[in-house]
Design a protein around this ligand. Structure first.
Ligand code: ADE
Ligand code: ZN
Ligand code: ZN
Length: 237
């Protein structure tokens, strides 16, 4: 996602934290909210010192592969290994405060990216980045349409987006939070396959595409937030 999407996911997570998690995070982030740190992982990308974290934002599982196998995964790291690492550091009593702070900021971001379907897309087209499309007659690509073009066109703040996600019962929240990291990876991967089927290079996309897919965008931001909260609540239980 772009900046607004990541902040919306963080804001939704914020509202589903237990008191214990809230307190621990408050202390780790010096009182700043999750939305404030949600784009840190993108902001450090231009710094050569942090270049190695570039591949942590996505995971490309081969279309023919049945499942994700860590031994066959990218050695430079990927989104699955990134989230596992963040959880590990945050749960490690021997990790320093600075290390925990860094990996918390990264985790908030990565749980967002996990729910952008094209971050679990094909390596061959860089998760849709190489599929050029027209967006309201301007040049774009299908990855960017999903990262930010649709969300930006709405011109809603991240708090408005967070409020405009569906109101859910406790049972519905529980159902979304069910499962493990790889279940959520496969869910995004399946969504990506469907979205790949619905687009071709050179397509002219605009309001029809947006109104068809915006409910899915909102649902994905919400899932990311609820599942981020689940992970944090477990770490700080
Ligand atoms: N961004 C850059 N490369 C990517 C890829 N292979 N998949 C998803 N997002 C990306
Ligand atoms: Zn992206
Ligand atoms: Zn990212």
């Amino acid at each position: 996602w772009g900046k607004t999407g990541h902040r919306a996911t963080a804001e939704i997570a914020e509202k589903h934290l237990t008191q214990k998690a809230r307190k621990a995070i408050d202390s780790l982030l010096d009182g700043y909210g999750l939305a404030f740190v949600a784009n840190y992982a993108d902001d450090i990308k231009s710094d050569p010192e942090y270049r190695k974290y570039g591949p942590w934002h996505y995971v490309n599982i081969h279309p023919e592969a049945e499942k994700y196998i860590v031994e066959e995964a990218s050695e430079s790291g990927d989104l699955v290994q990134a989230i596992r690492k963040c959880k590990e550091v945050l749960s490690d009593d021997n990790a320093s405060r600075a290390e925990k702070q860094f990996h918390l900021k990264m985790l908030v971001h990565f749980m967002g990216d996990l729910h952008q379907p094209f971050h679990v897309g094909h390596a061959s087209d860089k998760g849709g980045n190489d599929i050029q499309v027209r967006w309201f007659n301007e040049g774009s690509n299908i990855h960017r349409v999903w990262d930010s073009d649709m969300i930006d066109f709405y011109q809603m703040s991240y708090t408005e987006l967070a409020i405009n996600t569906k109101e859910l019962s406790k049972a519905q929240v529980k159902s979304i939070q069910k499962g493990k990291l790889l279940d959520w990876v496969y869910e995004s991967r399946e969504m990506a396959e469907e979205l790949y089927d619905g687009v071709e290079s050179g397509d002219k996309l605009g309001y029809t595409y947006m109104y068809h897919h915006m409910p899915t965008v909102l649902a994905q931001l919400q899932k990311g937030g609820l599942r981020l909260a689940k992970i944090l609540n477990e770490i700080y239980s």
